[in-house]
Design a protein around this ligand. Structure first.
Ligand SMILES: *Cc1c(COP(=O)(O)O)cnc(C)c1O
Length: 422
């Protein structure tokens, strides 16, 4: 459920008409609904309410805008970060350090040190050597680094290959059958408090069965570790819940997740950690765009026209990257329909949002949105084709704020140098 609704024939975000934001901020622009973020944060928490001990670490790569992070910190969320930059953001937004989990397969030594110096709550180790290096860095500081070992359960999440992370050929985690031996060795390191297991099998999951299979394997490992004399106090169950991108799609939600987790983890007696990203942010944002042209198709009959919008693959990469679908809707629909291709201005054919799509009839100058763009949208934006970095707006009730500026090409050019020997 979100708070982007039509009132008297025009699309609003909460109590602000999108046309007003377009007029005042310009397009393309991401528009987020604070009420939707809050609602998702609360529904997710409520879904897990029956579990005994839970820590929620929002996966900030889904949408790392500072205002979004502050909002979620206010909802009691910690953060799952995957780089030193994300760690800085989480702290800058006021998230408590001890609620921050540091994931990622390529944390540098400098990033591990940054996490230690910040006093973060947990490191999710991806390989044995990382644990050795972290232990040494911590010991040199007189610290014991809280850590869990990320395992790869070799489960097919049934999602797009590029966002699947839990099969054995993926780069993430240690093979689950090696975890016990690694635990034995790393567990002896004085600089490390190896306290549990992490797993995350992928994103945009449409079913719970793969998650359940992965969690069941983790449960067996937890029992094996305990039988071997290890204390296991924390299990990080990752993120991955999918969201509907097309009207009418139905996905398992936090309540179903909570029921499944309660069943699988009964008797684990550990703090359970969750790293939701997309399910919190996805439907809380739209990409607001303006139609530049409606370009006739190549043939008189048959071929569809191209709706050329001012948003492009550099602003919203998911269609080009994952063949992803984003619903497209006019801000002030006339009631007419058309079948069209939708593309941006970038000079490659990959800059196409949809082909042969049945959409609201639009004309040059009309405003429209790509829906469900709150996650993996602005965070993936680039300046390809020397386009401005897309701005972001947060609406809360009847007010809104620009929470990320449009970064103009002039600013980007100012950060470049032509050496004097040219
Ligand atoms: C990306 C990621 C998440 C969040 O995934 P969603 O599908 O957005 O919920 C959680 N944990 C880790 C380790 C990740 O890499």
């Amino acid at each position: 459920m979100d708070h982007f609704d039509y009132r008297d024939g025009a699309l609003w975000c909460e109590d602000v008409p999108l046309a007003r934001i377009a007029a005042e901020v310009g397009t393309p622009v991401y528009v987020y609904s604070a009420a939707t973020f809050r609602r998702h944060a609360r529904v997710f928490r409520a879904g897990l309410a029956a579990l005994p001990r839970v820590h929620l670490a929002y996966a900030i790569k889904a949408n790392p805008n500072l205002a979004v992070l502050r909002l979620l910190a206010n909802e009691g969320y910690g953060a799952d970060v995957v780089s030193g930059g994300e760690l800085r953001r989480a702290l800058a937004a006021g998230m408590p350090a001890d609620g921050i989990v540091f994931s990622g397969v390529g944390k540098t030594r400098a990033e591990l040190a940054q996490g230690l110096d910040a006093g973060i709550g947990q490191f999710n180790l991806e390989l044995e050597e990382e644990g050795e290096v972290l232990a040494d860095l911590a010991q040199a500081r007189g610290l014991r680094a809280p850590a869990v070992l990320r395992v790869n359960p070799d489960v097919d999440a049934g999602t797009h290959a590029k966002i699947s992370t839990g099969r054995k050929q993926n780069k993430f985690g240690v093979p689950i059958d090696q975890a016990r031996a690694i635990f034995d060795r790393l567990g002896r390191r004085p600089g490390l408090h190896l306290r549990g297991i992490a797993v995350h099998i992928g994103s945009q999951l449409s079913e719970l069965a793969p998650l359940e299979a992965a969690y069941a394997r983790v449960g067996e490992l937890v029992a094996e570790l305990r039988a071997g004399g290890h204390a296991v106090s924390h299990v990080d169950l990752g993120g991955g819940l999918g969201v509907p991108y097309r009207a009418g799609e139905v996905f398992p939600g936090p309540a179903e997740l909570g029921t499944m987790v309660g069943r699988v983890t009964a008797g684990w007696d550990a703090e359970l950690m969750f790293e939701p990203g997309r399910v919190i942010a996805g439907n809380a944002g739209v990409l607001l765009t303006q139609v530049i042209w409606v370009k006739p198709g190549p043939d008189q009959d048959g071929a569809h026209p191209y709706v050329i919008v001012d948003a492009a693959m550099n602003d919203l990469a998911r269609p080009a990257l994952y063949d992803a679908w984003h619903d497209f809707a006019a801000v002030e629909p006339t009631g007419g329909r058309m079948v069209a291709n939708i593309a941006g201005p970038v000079c490659e054919s990959g800059d196409t949002f949809a082909m042969g799509r049945d959409i609201d009839r639009v004309a040059s100058g009309d405003l429209a949105v790509f829906r469900t763009a709150g996650a993996y949208g602005a965070t993936m934006a680039s300046t390809y084709n020397s386009r401005a970095l897309v701005p972001e707006v947060l609406v809360d009730g009847n007010r809104y704020a620009v929470v990320a500026d449009r970064v103009a090409p002039e600013t980007l050019i100012a950060a470049e140098r032509v050496p004097e020997w040219l």
